[in-house]
Design a protein around this ligand. Sequence first.
Ligand code: PMT
Length: 432
Amino acid sequence: MTPDAAGPRATIVVGVTGGIAAYKAVSLVRTLVLAGHDVHVVPTEAALRFVGAPTWEAISRNPVTTQLYEGVDQVRHVALGQLAELIVIAPATANTLAKLAHGLVDDLLTNTVLASNAPVVVAPAMHTEMWRNAATQANVATLRERGVTFVGPASGRLTGNDTGAGRMAEPDEIAETALAALKRRGRGPRSRRARIDEASDAGRLDLDGLRLVVTAGGTREPFDPVRFLGNRSSGKQGMAIAAAAAARGASVTLIAANIGTDALPATIDVVDVSTTLELEKAVTDAAAGADAVVMAAAVADYRPAQVQQGKIKKEHTGERLTVEFVVNPDILAELSAAKREGQTVIGFAAETESDPATLLELGRKKIARKGCDFLVVNNVGWNHGFATDDNDIVVLNRAGDIVMEASGSKLSVADRILDATLSGREESTRHA
Ligand code: PMT
């Protein structure tokens, strides 16, 4: 990335705290330097156990110290804090988050942050239990409220044999978030109201005050205690909508059908369900107090007429097994029929038809049948739609007109869906 692409050369402080992900921050620093910025790395003592000062100096092309009492004549922490136009902390340990939340200053990094008005971007990295601990979540909430931007943590393999939320976000994602924050810099500490106003101007936090229910994942319909009829939905698209809406200020309830939601922000209220009937109850209950409902879950149209209490055995069934199915309720049609004045209901259509004109025709028939306000039509198949990171969608309104088309990452598509369907709602209809 060239300086032109990222804007003019800026002074960026990169704080590195003591976690194994420190090695990934080397690539972050390199990206910021290659983008033309003046990068000062401030590692903690613990961080230097993972990556030494010579590496940081070579990559950042600036001297590195952890010491508060070096360069006292230049009042180093104040100088760095005042110089910084952006502070990025990656990885940020639970200990550092706690210190930042409480204004504790016992090293050069925490002193620098406290002495600065620059925007702060934080990429947490820790074990799942530490991330989910109520103390950490309270610190995260405090920091978010003060305007700190969080990127990650991601979910995946951790340092040991365990897996879960707590992996540091990838360096490219952190750099992207950091450079976006840099573009918005220069505003000093901001109140929540001011942030909402600014964010509205920039098209962010424009869903503040909106109560949104999103369904994600795929329902499972059991035959017996060990088997079920299911589908390949990973929940990625629904979770992306929930995360994007929460990031834009909405209060979000996610009805999660058979998916892991650990990586989602703790502010999202998650209700786990498995079968279509469970999903129906959960979404109907939540929809009662919601301004909008997004049905991104892949819901089974049928369920076995009978659920056997014991495992179905081949020696009893022989060479063929016949299972009778009964139709499930059409939840989207029910929600659309029962919707309150001012409530918006958004459905999805997962179609295997790849011809664009026929796909649209199926979408138009589906929205007429279901009666929702908008329908997000996506083409699904063996290798696309389900369980991929990208999506390709068309949004139809009730009249069957195309109101938006988008393709790209499920997160970017999520934002476009929210733009097309919700961001234009009048304040008065939000609380109808
Ligand atoms: O989860 P991912 O792996 O990221 O994949 C995303 C997705 C492909 C699952 C998603 O983008 C999507 O298309 N979700 C809708 C899947 C689906 O069930 O489509 P459908 O065309 O069969 O149903 C139409 C709509 O009716 C959907 O909003 C569905 O939630 C709803 N429905 C369906 C059946 C039923 N009995 N009740 C319902 O409410």
